[in-house]
Write a new protein. Structure first.
Lengths: 437, 482
């Protein structure tokens, strides 16, 4: 039985295990139908032309996570940004781990999707926001059908959340292969500000497939900074679907740091539903071996006077493959749009490859839209300059590559994240320098 | 003088009729509608082709039957009914003339309206014209001069008869019969086209040129062009077209194959001005063209195109850079107005070492048109030190049109250097203001700016063509471009 059939036939059992009367029951049933019709995307699908899920889908995944495995904080401390105070929502094998987490209901809601879906006090928010941004494509539908657990964050009006929120998903080694489908909902009301860090980490040598959906709503003048740290082990694959709906004058930024995992696919979608919105999408990808990272972005400019900035840097070595598929759509009425998109790549090996497809679809005339895309190598004269001053080759290369990705790091607002990423990059490049020369 | 606003421009744009829309009534020898193996055989027989050619066509037809029309392009149109098209038509008068006097006077009048009187052409431009009216060549000039150099320039049907060894060796090598739906259709039913062979080390002394015209109601034109530049030779080839205004959609599915052997250079320029349909988007030519060139060692192929016509354009002149140190270039201006749709661009396939390619694409959309650039730059793992530079700029006039960019970049070699940049903008108000301030009215200012915008490409055209191209740009955007 292939994975699709398995998932479809598991749906009934899943529905029975959760609350059948929950308001989202209809949404789930509809979603599984949509998934059943579409199936997993194949290379025939234009959006998946360069990414094949075949190798990932062939495992016999167990789709119902078993009871939580006791993890000690000391074992997993290194996966947190632990040197800052933060709220934490931690899941182990898809189940909420209360002793590792630190949630709150004090003025803001930082809690669980499962609670939000069933408790009446969240009903209004769920009705208004749940599955309102996610598209009906097959993988999002699949997640919607099995949506049950994840983070639920609601920041009411005029609140600046004083410490960041960390969402962590761990998977442990009990199952031979595990599929996880976390579902996050983040609603930020007028004038509020929140910073969120998300990370998926497998602690097992067995294959793990995560199909995650995050819906983010930024209301008027809200500010959301979202950081995705993807540095998983080589057996773990991640399909991350993020949908962000912005209302007027809001600012949303998503930074994606992809250093690990077997296959990583980031579907990042921004919808600008008001004027004077600012959207920022940035990413650094540094991979090797046979890793595959695919960034698939969409910025839909629906209203006038908005801006969007995209900047993705990639460094590919060994047999790794990278994909960038960025799309900017400017509607007819979205005049005075300012959209910028850049994708720069460095190939370090002849076995590595990069496929990039920056697209512009523009229907308004008074706009400034541009995209740039480059594929190249490290500058030989810069290398020579450093080596002639006694910097060893490896370090010189690392410095250049760090400089190459630095302007993505520049806009990271939490210094501890910047430090952590710098360390991961140094580690990845096999050098022991701090780059703060 | 009353103020000339952008709305006036748009109004003028809308009402501007196709200037070259006229129809010459010549008795034609036309086949019944529809396509089957018998028709393919009949076309082949009519052209007095050898058996291998007939077989080659039939092979293509069999492949075509199994194929589906491509859907991926960013264009929407009513699919042509391939069984409602007549696949062959030739002017009824005798196919060859000794002098211009013998040519059907109506035909000559047509040429005159187009401003390409053969006499003038002979004297003025130094351009050898192989004029194709509906599929059969009726006049070839300057053949003698070319003959002295050993250059073969004739219609492809003549070439099949006179130089079968060359045609057999090269036809279908760059664009195979089963390459795509329209290439297969063309391979099965192509009626005529041009053939050109430049021998080793010869520099073609003049610009070679063909005029294609669709001139018979309901006939699709299927041109086949084959240009072979032997080692160390050089040729500049021009292709230009205008078509009479017609209500039903006409299908044009041409195939152009260029072969540049070691150290050879081919420069291929096109001005395309098929009937774009009227202001309501009715009628107009469907232009589905497959153009591809193959570069051997140190060879260079340069495509330049000015696309102003056709209701639907689907065209990707490509370069396969097979030999080491070969160079591919693509310069394009695509103008769309009213309901025109263009999905055009190029493919640069880097296979050899030290290969270079340049892509400059300028899109101008006005009215309710949609203009897309779609390009592929592919660097294979063997193509060390490959270099590509692409630039795609779009200019939007009015807020009912669209400009789209779909670049595909695939690199499999670490020494590749690829740059791609694209911009979309409208004509700056400050630019217009600057011109107005200096006494240049808005219409002229826009003309100036559009000319400047497309200059990089216009400069690449041969002189004779550059003038015509500029004229076409003006006609296509008349009102906005004085």
């Amino acid at each position: 039985m292939d994975l699709k059939d398995k998932l479809v036939s598991s749906f009934m059992a899943f529905e029975n295990s959760v609350d059948l009367d929950a308001p989202v029951h209809d949404v789930r049933s509809e979603a599984i139908k949509s998934f059943e019709d579409k199936g997993f995307p194949t290379k025939r699908n234009e959006a998946w032309k360069y990414t094949s899920l075949n190798t990932v889908l062939k495992h016999d995944y167990s789709v119902f996570p078993k009871q939580e495995n006791a993890l000690e904080y000391s074992e997993i401390k290194k996966y947190f940004i632990h040197d800052i105070d933060s709220y934490k929502i931690v899941f182990v094998n898809g189940k909420y781990s209360s002793h590792l987490s630190q949630t709150t209901h004090d003025g803001i809601d930082v809690c669980l999707m499962s609670a939000a879906l069933t408790k009446p006090k969240y009903r209004l928010i769920i009705e208004n926001y749940f599955n309102k941004a996610a598209t009906k494509d097959s993988l999002s539908s699949l997640n919607t059908a099995f949506s049950q657990e994840g983070a639920y964050i609601h920041i009411p009006k005029n609140k600046v959340v004083e410490k960041p929120i960390q969402i962590l998903h761990f998977s442990t080694g009990n199952e031979s292969a595990l599929m996880l489908q976390p579902r996050n909902l983040i609603v930020v009301d007028e004038n509020s500000h929140v910073q969120i860090i998300e990370r998926h980490q497998s602690l097992t040598e067995n294959p793990v497939l995560t199909n995650s959906v995050t819906e983010i709503f930024t209301n008027k003048r809200a500010i959301v900074d979202y950081y995705k740290i993807q540095n998983d082990n080589h057996k773990a694959s991640l399909i991350d679907n993020t949908f962000i709906k912005q209302k007027r004058e809001s600012h949303a930024s998503v930074h994606t740091f992809s250093f690990g995992g077997q296959l990583t696919r980031n579907n990042l979608n921004f919808y600008q539903e008001g004027e004077r919105i600012d959207s920022t999408l940035k990413g650094v990808t540094i991979i090797g071996d046979k890793q595959h990272v695919d960034h698939n972005t969409l910025v839909h400019h629906i209203e006038p006077n908005c801006e969007s900035h995209q900047d993705y840097k990639g460094i590919f070595s060994d047999k790794s493959t990278g994909v960038f598929n960025g799309k900017v759509v400017v509607d007819k009425i979205a005049q005075k749009t300012n959209a910028f998109q850049a994708n720069n790549n460095i190939l370090l090996s002849d076995k590595a490859s990069i496929n990039t497809k920056p697209q512009l679809e523009i229907f308004a005339d008074d706009v400034k839209c541009s995209h740039g895309c480059t594929i190249g190598q490290l500058d030989e004269s810069a290398m020579f300059y450093m080596r002639s001053r006694g910097i060893p080759e490896k370090e010189a290369k690392a410095l250049l590559m760090f400089a190459f990705s630095n302007n993505v790091l520049d806009s990271v607002k939490i210094p501890e994240i910047k430090q952590r990423i710098t360390k991961i990059i140094a580690n990845k490049l096999g050098v022991n320098i701090g780059f703060d020369l | 003088m009353s103020k000339y606003t952008e709305d006036d421009l748009r109004e003028e744009l809308k009402t501007k009729e196709y200037e070259y829309g006229f129809y010459t009534d010549i008795e034609s020898d036309t086949f019944p509608n529809g396509l089957n193996e018998d028709i393919v055989r009949a076309i082949s027989k009519k052209k007095e082709e050898p058996d291998w050619m007939t077989e080659w066509r039939l092979e293509a037809f069999r492949v075509w039957k199994e194929m589906a029309e491509p859907e991926w392009a960013n264009v929407h149109y009513e699919k042509p009914d391939f069984q409602a098209i007549s696949y062959y038509s030739a002017p009824n008068s005798k196919p060859k003339y000794d002098s211009l006097d013998e040519v059907d006077p109506e035909l000559l009048a047509t040429f005159e309206k187009l401003g390409i009187s053969l006499d003038e052409q002979k004297k003025l431009a130094g351009v050898a014209m192989d004029v194709v009216v509906d599929s059969v060549s009726v006049a070839t000039t300057f053949k003698k001069t070319l003959g002295e150099k050993g250059i073969i320039f004739m219609s492809i049907s003549e070439a099949i008869k006179e130089h079968p060894e060359l045609v057999k060796k090269y036809i279908g090598t760059v664009v195979p019969q089963k390459d795509n739906f329209y290439a297969a259709l063309n391979s099965a039913v192509f009626s005529d086209g041009s053939f050109c062979y430049i021998p080793k080390g010869v520099r073609c002394p003049m610009e070679l040129s063909t005029y294609f015209r669709i001139n018979q109601a309901g006939t699709g034109q299927f041109e086949r062009t084959l240009v072979i530049a032997d080692e160390g030779s050089y040729v500049s080839y021009l292709e230009g077209c205008t078509a009479p205004s017609r209500d039903e959609n006409q299908l044009h599915a041409a195939v152009v194959e260029l072969i540049a052997l070691d150290d050879a250079e081919i420069k291929y320029s096109t001005v395309q001005n098929w009937y774009p349909g009227n202001a309501e988007g009715k009628g107009g030519v469907y232009n589905f063209v497959t153009k591809r060139g193959l570069c051997e060692k140190n060879a260079k192929i340069s495509w330049t195109q000015v696309e102003t016509g056709s209701a639907v354009t689907w065209k990707y002149p490509s370069c396969v850079l097979k030999g080491d140190n070969s160079v591919g270039e693509f310069y394009s201006i695509a103008v769309t107005n009213n309901y025109q749709q263009a999905d055009t661009g190029t493919k640069m396939i880097h296979l050899g070492k030290n290969t270079k390619s340049t892509i400059i694409s300028k899109g101008i959309s006005a009215g309710k048109s949609q203009n897309s650039y779609r390009g592929l730059v592919q660097i294979s793992s063997r193509a060390d030190n490959a270099r590509n530079f692409s630039q795609c700029d779009s200019l939007l006039m009015g807020n009912e049109c669209g400009a789209h960019t779909f670049p595909y970049i695939e690199a499999k070699n670490k020494s590749a250097q690829i740059e791609h940049e694209a911009t979309t903008s409208k004509i700056g108000e400050d630019q217009i203001f600057y011109c107005n301030q200096r006494g240049i009215d808005t219409e002229k200012a826009i003309a100036l700016i559009v000319n400047g915008f497309s200059k990089e490409v216009l400069n690449k055209l041969p002189m004779e063509f550059a003038v015509e191209a500029q004229k076409l740009l003006e006609i296509s955007l008349e009102g906005s471009v004085g």
